[in-house]
Design a protein around this ligand. Sequence first.
Ligand code: NAD
Length: 505
Amino acid sequence: MNATSSSTTPTDQAGWQALADQLTFEGRAYVNGRYQWASSAETFACLSPVDGCELARVASCDNADAELAVVAARKAFESGVWSQLAPAERKAVLIRFAALIDQHGDELALLETLDMGKPIGHARTVDVPATVRAIRWTAEAVDKVYGELAATPHNQIGMISREPMGVVAAIVPWNFPMIMASWKIAPALATGNSVILKPSEKSPLTAIRLAALAAEAGIPEGVFNVLPGYGHTVGKALALHMDVDCLVFTGSTNVAKQLMIYAGQSNMKRVWLEAGGKSPNIVFADAPDLKKAAAEAATAIAFNQGEVCTAGSRLLVEESIRAEFVGMICEALQTWHPGHPLDPATTCGAIVDQAQLDRIIEYIRVGQAEGATLVEGGMRMMEDTGGLFVQPAVFNEVTNDMRIASEEIFGPVLSVIGFTTAEEAIAIANDSIYGLAAAVWTSNINTAHKVARALRAGSVWINHYDGGDMTAPFGGFKQSGNGRDKSLHAFDKYTELKATWLVLE
Ligand code: NAD
């Protein structure tokens, strides 16, 4: 299947299933302008969490493929075929790339849903448009950023400019495969780098498909390569490679730390990390609209099956309203029951794979063993479909030292913790190794600003959850990472700063 457009977007499960039945799956790597199998000829099975079926065999790349891709990327970079284009010319190509993604929106949404289990409605209305927006916004911005002139004496000129890094390796996770990839490849390509994208072994299909669309848009061969495969093989090979200049990553904190080690063991490549989170969502009794706060707290833990780095997994509620508010959350979660991912009405899809489902179920057991009270959900569902589904779970009577409150579960498991003062809420919120995001709900402008300022997190939302767009930088404090995706700040990661000084005769 090739071109699909929004005018033909299916409106029901049968329509999406019919489209899925026509789908062909590309499983090969994309290196130097062509699709090819891994040098070793090894493949792995790409299983769908929707029903357990094998969707495709996918190239299992390793060191040899990393070598081929890095050589191709370096050659393209040095040739200047992309790196030396005017920013406006790169912009035009990337805008075509974004338009092609848009045109193929149904197909890409379907690949995302079948591969990692998210509801088709979300894949089509969130993942595809957010990917298009990230590439288009970044492309539009790149010819509007200027260098600087230093404040020099009269006989000198100090020029401060940004130059592309060279070869960028981007290693991304499976929860929002295209969006996470686009946050890396858009600024990396826009600033003139050559890129090697390594998607997660759990969700490689859209990244592989994007390679063909990038080529169709006019991105020259060698400039954008895609290497599917495992982290410990091809991911590690890229991270240790002596000719990769910059490594950008989204994924878990443990792997992020390992990547810093690999950089130190090799060529000190620049390493930019977007890692895990355990984000506090703080609700004061004077929140402007408790019903809205409860609805958004439910979304914050159930959207994308809770497989969200910024999931509001710790819900801090002022004691005076805790009982009432927990009831409101449980009610709000009734709209988040798992359903078939190809049904456009489904809000909660399948968990990405068996290992992740087992992890979630184990944490639910741990929460009960630790003495927290399971007040909602937590049961595996729809097993007869062969798919991997679990009801969103709510634990009350949680303390911040429990494992369910301190460790990232990456599933729909909410921990509710009570507090009595703003100072206590801030202390609990900041008592975490993570610092990705946080929210505060209150009608008091002083409380809102005092708490927002005290929270050690890269994004803070007031009276809503998960706000922001491409204009806002995104990233973490503490062990949630370094550097920022999105906004003009993202360009910093993909460019070296050069000072060129001239003394006039
Ligand atoms: P993960 O760390 O297991 O894997 C991420 C990527 O790293 C995958 O492509 C994997 O193959 C690769 N990898 C694994 N081991 C490697 C190694 N030794 N060397 C090189 N590459 C290796 O994470 P995941 O399970 O795919 O994703 C979930 C995690 O991602 C969660 O912790 C979540 O919070 C985080 N995440 C963070 C953000 C953010 O912006 N901060 C966004 C989304 C997800």
